[in-house]
Design a protein around this ligand. Structure first.
Ligand SMILES: *Cc1c(COP(=O)(O)O)cnc(C)c1O
Length: 395
């Protein structure tokens, strides 16, 4: 892939001793989030799923464009309320504890703070009611539903969290255990998050199913001005870093789906922040083993776990460095496939497998792209006790 000039410039400035490092291009993120917002109908609310990347500077940048934030733990809730104060928060995720619910209710206000709870079961609804009663507040709730198929081909390819047995949400038949709602709860609508990595057509098909089921369900259960949270899962193609999700097509589809008096809300994570992050490192060694070439870089999957978690090749750009001080020949490869491994003593510490490079030598810098979501914050950073990366921000 091609790295932007400003990222290359920073990498050269940091030099070998300044990496591994993460760079978040906040100017690029700002422009990208503005474009997402502009592609969506005004009536569709755009929340950012904080679990994709909770970096405070990232959240502050997104607060300029997103209508709110989806948080999935007490930790994310407190962190987001501090980093982007006064914004609406939707509290979702499995296994919410009474203490987390109490903390969320503490932050609740009609305009900001915890404005919605995404409830995962009838038991959780009862716990929330109890917490709300103790706090003297009312909890505004979307019930998370796991609708049955049929799903189209693309959805099937990506289905991981719904449409099959799952710890997330409720079967449509279970929803009846949540009505009528307990006294300190107000039902506002339904929530569904199907999967990660779905294209616009697949997501629109899923949205259509949720909304048509939800309209009828809400009408039957006296939920007026219903809200439908369509979840996240917008695809990021790691094999084609330049091809983004079709926000324009998705926005047109949502515009066709939306009806006055209803609220549609989305909560993407990966497709919002993946593109703004870069993981910079340097090549420590290049070697050959049983006929294949390996480059060992500083850091590895304990900093950037995405390729290990998803089983893909993380796209990268090589930034050539001409200095070579040692008196012995410089190890390197040119015009052939190389596997890029990190510093961990495990065969799983691979960032990219058998990727053809025009040249890669010990001492060169490497910039891994699409490292702004599910990257640093999902990494097992304590393993082997290597130092953490540095963090830099391009404003
Ligand atoms: C993870 C998650 C999201 C965000 O998913 P992305 O694939 O990052 O867009 C949104 N909603 C829920 C409930 C999630 O669990």
């Amino acid at each position: 892939m091609i790295a932007p000039e400003r990222v290359i410039e920073l990498a050269r400035k940091l030099g070998p001793d300044g990496v591994p490092a993460y760079v978040y291009d906040l100017a690029a993120l700002d422009a990208h989030a503005a474009a997402i917002r502009a592609a969506l109908p005004r009536a569709v609310q755009f929340y950012y799923a904080v679990k994709a990347n909770p970096d405070a500077a990232v959240l502050r940048t997104l607060a300029r464009h997103a209508d709110g934030f989806e948080v999935s733990s007490g930790g994310e809730l407190a962190h987001t309320a501090a980093a982007a104060p006064g914004r609406p928060l939707a509290f979702g995720g499995p296994g919410k504890t009474p203490a987390e619910m109490a903390a969320a209710l503490e932050l609740a206000s009609p305009a900001a703070g915890t404005s919605r709870f995404h409830v995962e079961s009838a038991h959780e609804l009862a716990l929330l009611d109890e917490a709300a009663r103790a706090a003297g507040r009312r909890a505004d709730v979307l019930l998370r539903v796991n609708l049955p198929g049929p799903f189209d081909q693309e959805e099937q390819a990506a289905l991981v969290m719904g449409g099959k047995p799952s710890p997330f949400g409720m079967d449509s038949s279970q929803l009846r255990r949540c009505t009528p709602p307990p006294t300190s709860v107000r039902l506002r609508g339904l929530h569904a998050h199907l999967a990660s990595g779905v294209g616009a057509d697949g997501l629109l098909a899923a949205a259509g199913r949720l909304v048509s089921f939800g309209r009828q369900w809400c009408a039957e259960h006296g939920v007026t001005d219903p809200e439908f949270n369509l979840g996240g899962g917008m695809a990021v193609d790691y094999t084609r870093p330049d091809a983004g999700f079709d926000w324009a097509g998705y926005g047109r589809g949502l515009a066709a789906l939306a009806r006055p008096g209803e609220t549609l809300r989305i909560e993407p994570g990966r497709a919002v922040t993946a593109y703004c992050g870069w993981y910079l490192t340097r090549v420590l060694d290049v070697k050959h083993s049983h006929g294949e070439a390996f480059a060992v870089v500083a850091g590895g999957t304990h900093h950037l776990r995405t390729p290990a978690a998803k089983g893909h090749d993380q796209p990268f750009a090589v930034i050539g460095v001409e200095d070579w001080m040692p008196s012995w020949p410089r190890p390197g490869v040119s015009g052939r496939a190389v596997t890029i491994a990190g510093q961990l003593c495990t065969p799983k510490d691979v960032l990219a497998r058998r990727v053809r490079v025009s040249r890669l030598r010990a001492g060169d810098l490497v910039a891994f792209g699409l490292a702004g979501a599910y990257a640093w914050n999902i990494s097992h950073q304590g393993f082997l006790m290597h130092p953490p990366p540095a963090f830099h921000y391009l404003a």
